[in-house]
Write a protein that binds this ligand. Structure first.
Ligand SMILES: *Cc1c(COP(=O)(O)O)cnc(C)c1O
Length: 440
C-alpha cells in the first residue's frame, strides 16, 4: 500500500519534471514550435524523457537497494502449497456431490499465511472462505481473494459499512444483532447461526418465533444458515449421541423454515471432524480448518481415512557446536546436567518463535541430518540446545527440523502438540510472528 502510493508520487513527479524539461529544452533550442505546439511531438518528447528517467531510477535502485535477509536464515516455517491443494482436492472429493468445501483461513490460516493459502485455494477452484474477524475478511479482499468470505465471529454493527464495502458475509448471532445490522440501512449478506448445543454464538434452534423474526429484517440478504458441533471429534458413545442430536436439531429447524418458505440459502454444520466422522450430511458447505492443513487436532482416531498431507514445517539453524564436560549443566535453572562428555548444538529458535517452553521433556527431540537429537535444558526465548553427541559432522548453519520431515524421519504436528499437552490448532496458531515464511 505504502509503496504503491510512493510509486504514484514518483510517477507524478517524473511527469511534471519531464514536462518542464521539454519546455526548457524547447526554449533553449528555440524549438518551441515543434516541441510544444505540435501536440504529438510534445507528447512523444515527454514520454521519452519519462521512460529514460524511469529506467535510470530503476537501475540505480537495483544497485543501492539495501540487502535483506533470506527467509531461511534463522528460523522459519516452510509452506507446501501443493500439499494444501492436494488436501483441498481430497476433502472436496470425499464430500457428497452437492457440498462445497469452505476453507477456514482465520488466524492467518492457522499460522500458514492467509493470503498465500487463499490464493492457492482460489486457483484450484475453492471460492468459499471463512474467517473469524472483520479485519481478517478485509485483509483477504484487499489482496484480491475471490468468492464468498464468511465472518464466523461478531462484527460490531457500527462497522456495517465495511461489510458492504468489502463484500463480506456476516454471521447473524441472534435477533438483537440482526436488528442492529438491519438498522444500518445497508444491504448486508448474512448467514444465520443456530445454536444446537455448543452454546457459544447463535440463536437457540428451538426459538422458532425469534428465528422467524430475523427473516423479517428487510436489509439482510439471507444466503445461508449454519451451526457448529461441539464434540464431533469424539467417538465415545455419549458424544456420538450428542453430535447426532445436534445434527437432528439443525435439520429440524432448517426444514421447518424451508417449509414455511424462508430463504435459508446454503446449509452447513461440519468442521474438519464433522467431515471426517459424519461425512454424509445433506449440506451445501463443509467448513474445513485444521484438516485442510493436513493435520488433525490430536492423535485420536477418526472414522474415515482421507489422505491428508501436512502443509507446514518448522525449521531453524545450528548457530554453534560445543563440547561440555561431565557434571556441567545446560540452560536456565540447571534443569539438565551432563553425565558424560557431550557434544551439543545451539539452535536458533525459542519460545518467542512459538516453540513452547514446556516442550522440554525427557523424550523431546528435533531432527538433524535425518536423525533424532534430544532437546536438552530449558527452552530459552530465542534459542534451544540439543544433544548431537552421536550425530556426525554437525556444523554451524545446518538445518534443524522441529516439525516436519527430514529424510526418513518425521515429527508430526500431532506428536509435537501431544508433547506440549495441547492440540495442533493451538501450536499452529501460536507460531511466532518472528518466524519467516518460505513457500515451497
Ligand atoms: C474454527 C472454526 C471452524 C474450523 O474448525 P476446524 O476444526 O479447524 O476444521 C469451523 N467452524 C467454526 C464456527 C469455527 O469457529
Amino acid at each position: 500500500m505504502v509503496s504503491s502510493k510512493r510509486y504514484a508520487a514518483w510517477d507524478l513527479f517524473r511527469l511534471i519534471a519531464a514536462f518542464l524539461l521539454v519546455c526548457g529544452i524547447a526554449k533553449l533550442t528555440g524549438l518551441s514550435k515543434p516541441l510544444i505546439s505540435n501536440s504529438i511531438l510534445h507528447y512523444l518528447a515527454v514520454s521519452l524523457i519519462c521512460f529514460i528517467t524511469a529506467w535510470i531510477i530503476v537501475s540505480l535502485w537495483a544497485k543501492v537497494k539495501p540487502p535483506t535477509p533470506s527467509p531461511d536464515s534463522r528460523a522459519w516455517v516452510e509452506i507446501d502449497l501443493s500439499a494444501l491443494q492436494h488436501n483441498a482436492k481430497v476433502l472436496q472429493e470425499f464430500l457428497p456431490e452437492q457440498c462445497d468445501l469452505m476453507a477456514v483461513v482465520k488466524s492467518n490460516a492457522y499460522g500458514h499465511g492467509d493470503i498465500a493459502v487463499s490464493k492457492a485455494l482460489n486457483s484450484v477452484g475453492i471460492h468459499a472462505f471463512a474467517v473469524a474477524t472483520l479485519a481478517e475478511g478485509i485483509h483477504l479482499r484487499k489482496n484480491g481473494i475471490k468468492g464468498t468470505i464468511l465472518i464466523l465471529g461478531y462484527t460490531n454493527p457500527k462497522d456495517a459499512s465495511c461489510l458492504v464495502r468489502y463484500r463480506l458475509t456476516q454471521t447473524i448471532i441472534d435477533y438483537t444483532y440482526a436488528e442492529a445490522l438491519n438498522e444500518s440501512g445497508k444491504k448486508i449478506s448474512v448467514h444465520v447461526k443456530l445454536d444446537t448445543g455448543m452454546h457459544r454464538l447463535g440463536i437457540d434452534s428451538f426459538n422458532i418465533s425469534e428465528i422467524e423474526r430475523i427473516y423479517e429484517c428487510k436489509n439482510l440478504m439471507f444466503e445461508g444458515i449454519f451451526s457448529h458441533l461441539s464434540a464431533s471429534d469424539s467417538l465415545t458413545e455419549e458424544d456420538v449421541i450428542y453430535t447426532k442430536l445436534q445434527i437432528e436439531r439443525f435439520f429440524e429447524t432448517t426444514s421447518y423454515l424451508q417449509d414455511k418458505g424462508y430463504p435459508t440459502g446454503k446449509l452447513h454444520i461440519q468442521a474438519s471432524y464433522g467431515i471426517l466422522n459424519y461425512p454424509d450430511l445433506p449440506c451445501d458447505y463443509a467448513r474445513a480448518g485444521i484438516a485442510l492443513y493436513g493435520v488433525l487436532s490430536s492423535n485420536e482416531m477418526v472414522r474415515s481415512e482421507v489422505d491428508l498431507q501436512p502443509v507446514l514445517s518448522v525449521k531453524a539453524r545450528v548457530a554453534m557446536v560445543k563440547q561440555i564436560a561431565p557434571g556441567e549443566s545446560v540452560s536456565y535453572g540447571r534443569a539438565f546436567t551432563t553425565i558424560a562428555t557431550m557434544k551439543i548444538a545451539v539452535v536458533t529458535i525459542g519460545y518467542a518463535d512459538g516453540i513452547q517452553r514446556n516442550l522440554f521433556k525427557k523424550d523431546s527431540y528435533v531432527l538433524i541430518h535425518s536423525k533424532k537429537a534430544p532437546i536438552i535444558g530449558r527452552i530459552c526465548m530465542d534459542q534451544l540446545m540439543i544433544d548431537v553427541t552421536d550425530i556426525e559432522a554437525v556444523t554451524p548453519n545446518d538445518v534443524v527440523t522441529l516439525i516436519g520431515q527430514d529424510g526418513d524421519e518425521q515429527i508430526r504436528c500431532e506428536d509435537f502438540a501431544e508433547q506440549c499437552g495441547t492440540i495442533t490448532n493451538e501450536i499452529l496458531n501460536r507460531l511466532g510472528s518472528r518466524l519467516n515464511y518460505k513457500i515451497i
